[in-house]
Each structure stands twice: as C-alpha cells, then as structure tokens.
Design a protein around this ligand. Structure first.
Ligand code: BGC
Length: 269
C-alpha cells in the first residue's frame, strides 16, 4: 500500500484533549500523521486513552503536558516532539479558553488569562514551530512546504460579541497575527492559515446547545440549520495541513454553516 503523505509530517495539536483539538488530533492521526497531543495535567487519563486508541489503529501519538502561555513549557514541548518524531511539520494552534463577563464587571485576571492562552499561546507555539521548520528546511520528497501553521480563530474575529470582550479581542488579534506571519514566513515556504469555527458542539459552549430551548435560539444564527460538530472543523484543518492546499497562504476559512452571513437580514432590512 502507498504510504500516506502525512506519514513523515508529524503534527502538534494544542489543546487536544477535548473539543475541536481532540477531533483534529484524531483526524490527522487517522490520515497517517504522527501526532503530538498537547494537554493540561488534569487531562492525562483522557489523553492516555487517545494515544492507546491511535496506536491500536496502527498510528503514532505522544501526549505532552504544557501550558501554551508558558514560554519554557512550549520550548520543552517542541523538544519532546522533535525527540519523539524527528521534526514537526504541522502546528494546529488550537488551545483556547473563554472567561465571559459583562464588560464593566470583567476582572483584569480574566482579561489577562484569556489573552495569555488564546493569543500569547498562539504566538509562542507559532514561533517554536517556525524555528523548527526553518532549522529543518524544505525536503521536497516529503512536502513542498517547510511547514504549515493552522490558527484556530473564530467567527468572532469578525462578529463583535457582547459579554466576551476578552475572547473577541484575542480572536481579532489572531486574525492579524495569522496574516502577518503568512506574509513574513512565506519566503521560507511556511504556510499560515486560519479556520474560523462557528458554533461547534464542544464543552466551551455547552450552555448554548445542551437544552432544546438554547439550541433553537442558537439555530436562528445558523442559516444551514444545524450546529457544527468537531469533525467539521477537523476536516477543514486536515485539508489546510495537507499539501493539497499548497498554494493557500493567509486564508481565513469560515466553517460555520453561514453564521458570518448576517442571518438576521434574511427576510428583513
Ligand atoms: C465560541 C463559542 C461560540 C461560537 C459562536 C466560538 O468561537 O468559542 O462559544 O458558540 O464562537 O458564537
């Protein structure tokens, strides 16, 4: 059987123990990529089970604990990835949190923590990835690119979101971080793109879908008429991580069932 094009392109996925990150890790592993599953200490057992399942299916996986907002821990995580799999070709910059509050009541701690994880975390991991991609360089027999970075943004890099000023500010920041890196790193054959998920059924937004009343409310914002599943995002990430998208750089790919299409205007205005 022909070897998967991902077999020699290890992927590191941050925040990969649950939600979108988990789906991306399982999807890339199923496509044949060795995967580094970044997670927090309390997620150890979950990640051990993921690693066992991937290995059972003939894949390769490594769980690595790191807080993406901590420079030293990010450096160590990449060192472990390189020690295990030789290099890293794909970074899914996914780890993200919400700490929602009405703006006048938002604490500096909640503002700062969301910036640290969502924005500084993407900076630190992208920087570590870019250093590894440049160290190794392009190997045409493996990939036309030195590496690929996929930034997990959100429809809220475009849609303002009352009660979520910290989160929306990070997604706006990720937009320009992604675009600037795409411009700056392209000559080194590093591609940087963003996926903008809409409402996806994950733990981060459970209150928005776990009662039928909440779900009906949510569906008014989604022209396509269903909530997204983590696999919807993973498939888009799989394409951006593959060499099928080799000429795609600096793109914003909304995977949102049309949430960005101003659904409030359908039949109005
Ligand atoms: C947020 C979710 C939200 C979705 C659509 C995402 O970025 O994390 O909580 O449901 O955007 O509003």
């Amino acid at each position: 059987m022909e070897q998967s094009p991902f077999a020699r392109q290890p992927a590191l996925i941050t925040g990969a123990a649950s939600g979108i990150g988990r789906a991306c890790a399982l999807h890339l592993a199923a496509k044949g990529a060795p995967v580094v599953i970044n997670h927090l200490p309390h997620e150890q057992a979950t990640v051990e089970a993921m690693v066992a399942d991937i290995e059972q299916a003939g894949g390769r996986a490594l769980g690595v604990v790191a807080d993406v907002s901590n420079e030293e821990q990010v450096t160590e995580m990449f060192a472990k990835a390189v020690a295990a799999f030789g290099t890293v070709y794909i970074l899914v910059n996914n780890a993200g949190i919400q700490k929602d509050a009405e703006f006048a009541e938002m604490s500096v701690a909640d503002w700062q923590r969301v910036l640290d994880v969502n924005l500084t975390g993407q900076f630190l991991c992208a920087r570590a990835a870019a250093r590894e991609f440049r160290r190794r360089g392009v190997k045409p027999e493996i990939s036309p690119a030195a590496g690929k970075i996929i930034c997990m943004s959100s429809v809220h890099q475009v849609i303002p979101w009352a009660g979520h000023a910290n989160y929306a500010a990070t997604k706006g920041g990720i937009h320009m971080l992604m675009a600037t890196l795409a411009q700056e790193l392209a000559p080194a054959r590093i591609r940087v793109n963003a996926v903008l998920p809409g409402a996806i059924r994950t733990p981060i937004n459970r209150p928005a879908w776990d009662t039928s009343e909440a779900l009906n409310d949510l569906l008014r914002l989604i022209p396509y008429g269903r909530i997204g599943e983590p696999e919807d995002i993973a498939k888009a990430v799989g394409w951006l991580a593959s060499d099928d998208s080799d000429y795609v750089n600096g793109a914003n790919l909304a995977v949102d069932g049309g949430m960005l299409l101003y659904p409030g205007f359908a039949g109005h205005g």
